[in-house]
Design a binder for this molecule. Structure first.
Ligand code: SF4
Ligand code: MG
Length: 283
């Protein structure tokens, strides 16, 4: 059985010391090992940005795509070889600005991919401009007087788009993040995991301390039920999206690739077997 060390290669990340992306890389490697994967059955596809370099830092198949397009590439990889576990990854600028259309359609398509976004609420690679996740009033070189646009509530959007696995975490919480990635890999459908991953060099507002003060763990909310879509939406609205944990999961919807003609019978049989097994386990 592979360990997280088997997913290490000899490329040294050139992220700034203290960047949140280091922990995300470690969490992916740990989750891949605990999910029972080996490097040859994992593909990591990334977009452009500091975080997009991650596909080069993990020992697996890798594809460093173009800006905002990691999801079309990842979906192509999955459709070409459904046996591969496919992880797509990138930053908030990549996935929630230029790539937002792909993100929303991949969510509603429910293709079996795990998408991990390293959300630092800024463009880091291009040296600190306001991103669609930056709060109103946020000052950068591109908005010296403060941003006059509101930030995208991406978790609410994912829920509205029909997401079947929506989670959020904080890069310092390696235990929670690893467990969520492992759950996302096991989920038979599209899983979106948004990770607050601070940019220590350019974002002096949303720092590690800021997140520690402002994030609420869903596990601390009594009776929180991630299968209740209404509760998920109300909780996100109440906390302005600043929650961590499994926000919502619907295991009952078949994955896109299981509905494609030629694969449909096998896919639906697998899905109904899985649902029967879950029912049995609940007895
Ligand atoms: Fe990380 Fe920011 Fe440095 Fe990029 S610029 S590597 S996001 S700390
Ligand atoms: Mg960013």
């Amino acid at each position: 059985m592979a360990t997280f060390k088997d997913f290490r290669n000899n490329v040294k990340p050139n992220w700034c010391p203290g960047c949140g992306d280091f922990s995300v890389q470690a969490a992916i490697q740990r989750a891949a090992a605990s999910a029972g994967l080996t490097p040859e059955n994992l593909a990591v596809v990334s977009g452009i940005g500091c975080s997009g370099r991650i596909s080069g830092y993990i020992k697996s198949y890798g594809f460093h795509g173009i800006h905002g397009r990691c999801l079309p590439i990842a979906q192509g990889v999955k459709m070409a070889n459904r046996e591969l576990t496919v992880i797509a990854s990138g930053g908030d600028g990549d996935g929630f600005a230029i790539g937002l259309g792909h993100t929303m359609h991949a969510i509603r398509r429910n293709i079996n991919i795990t998408y991990i976004v390293m959300d630092n609420q800024i463009y880091g690679l291009t040296k600190g401009q306001t991103s669609p996740r930056s709060e109103m009033g946020f000052k950068t070189k591109s908005t010296p007087g403060g941003s006059i646009e509101s930030s995208l509530n991406i978790m609410e959007m994912a829920l509205s788009a029909g997401g079947t696995f929506i989670a959020q975490s904080f890069s310092t919480d390696l235990k929670e993040l690893t467990a969520l990635i492992e759950q996302g890999i096991a989920h038979e459908g599209f899983s979106l995991i948004n990770v607050f991953s601070p940019c220590v060099t350019f974002n002096k507002v949303n720092t590690y301390d800021w997140f520690k003060e402002n994030l609420t763990k869903l596990s601390s909310i009594e009776d929180y039920d991630p299968s209740d879509r209404g509760m998920a939406m109300n909780t996100l609205m109440k906390h302005n999206g600043l929650v961590t944990g499994l926000i919502y999961q619907n295991s009952g919807q078949p994955a896109y690739e299981d509905l494609v003609e030629g694969y449909r019978e096998e896919g639906l049989a697998r899905q109904s077997l899985k649902l029967e097994k879950e029912k049995f386990e609940k007895l």
